[in-house]
Design a protein around this ligand. Structure first.
Ligand SMILES: Cc1ncc(COP(=O)(O)O)c(C=O)c1O
Length: 306
């Protein structure tokens, strides 16, 4: 990460290396923060970046804040304005990732959510592929996905990513690229940091949002793009063994984008390479994110030079 990156912290635009906190910060000790991850895609033809579904990410951030009893002095519109200003000050000529973070900031030793001062910061950095877009090998994790009655999965809570990190590290140690989480009830929930889709016949199937998943913005975008193409989209529980007999399986998220899964638990998925529906939805998604889909221009916001 470039030390020269510009960030926003506690009401000011400043260099990222000056946006620091104390080791006594509540969120650092107890994981009491929530965040978002947005992408800005650089459109080389137009020589400008497009932030994808910016307001939707901030609606979700404010929902996460509500669940964690965090209050920040910014509306969705303020957060969009701050994002565009940070993007402008960074002058990116490549794809970028934007990380807003709201957290319990006071240096207090007390495990609770109320009566603790909150803070908000945002930084952005150049960002390429998070996982190989050509396809990945995954394993079903022995760790279960956090349950809504333990740590709400629909909130993007900093502390809950311990669940992710444990599972991903074990998957890497076993020689896999990533993992799939099952719910406490044994149904498929999602990938480590992305939602999951399966293709069986001509149906696109994904678990319902009540299956302990993050209510993914990419997930929603792909469902819309699939319906635009008259593909039948079904939300229902998925058994682990169904993934073994699926025609195609892929992950979808802001970070991963659309990544085909070519092997699960040592079993080849379909033909062992990116499937036709995955390929077509990935192409549709990348068109939309770059501001090249006329039906969904409202999903992107251009970063206009200052
Ligand atoms: C746990 C988890 N699930 C799903 C997703 C996908 O959500 P979105 O498409 O909104 O980025 C993410 C974030 O990228 C995530 O961290």
């Amino acid at each position: 990460m470039s030390k020269k990156s510009m960030a926003f912290f506690q009401g000011r635009y400043l260099p990222l290396d000056e946006a620091n906190v104390s080791i006594a910060t509540h969120a650092l000790n107890y994981g009491t923060g929530c965040f978002e991850g947005l992408r800005a895609y650089y459109n080389a033809d137009e020589r400008r970046g497009y932030v994808f579904r910016m307001a939707d990410h901030y609606e979700r951030l404010l929902d996460s804040c509500r669940i964690l009893r965090i209050s920040i002095p910014h509306t969705v519109q303020d957060l969009c304005d701050i994002t565009l200003e940070v993007m402008r000050q960074n002058h990116f000529h490549e794809d970028a990732y934007i990380r807003p973070l709201a957290f319990k900031a006071e240096p207090v030793i007390k495990v609770t959510l109320e009566d603790i001062e909150d803070a908000f910061g945002l930084f952005a950095l150049p960002f390429g592929e998070y996982l190989p877009l050509k396809g990945i090998r995954v394993v079903t994790s022995a760790w279960r996905r956090i349950d809504d009655n333990a740590i709400p999965a629909r909130a993007k809570v900093t502390g809950s990513y311990i669940n992710t990190a444990l599972a991903v590290s074990d998957a890497h140690a076993a020689g896999f690229d990533d993992c799939i989480f099952l719910n406490p009830d044994g149904h498929v929930s999602e990938g480590s940091a992305a939602n999951l889709f399966m293709v069986r016949g001509d149906e696109l199937i994904t678990p319902p949002i009540t299956d302990n998943l993050l209510e993914g913005i990419t997930r929603h975008s792909l469902m819309v793009l699939a319906r635009d193409r008259d593909i039948k989209v079904v939300e229902r529980h998925i058994d682990r063994s169904e993934l073994y007999v699926a025609d195609e399986v892929f992950l979808a998220g802001t970070g991963v984008q659309v990544v085909p899964i070519v092997e699960i638990d040592g079993r080849r998925v379909g033909e062992g390479q990116e499937g036709v529906m995955t390929q077509s939805l990935k192409a549709a998604y990348l068109m939309a994110t770059h501001g090249r889909d006329d039906r969904h221009v409202d999903w992107v916001t251009a970063v206009e030079p200052a």
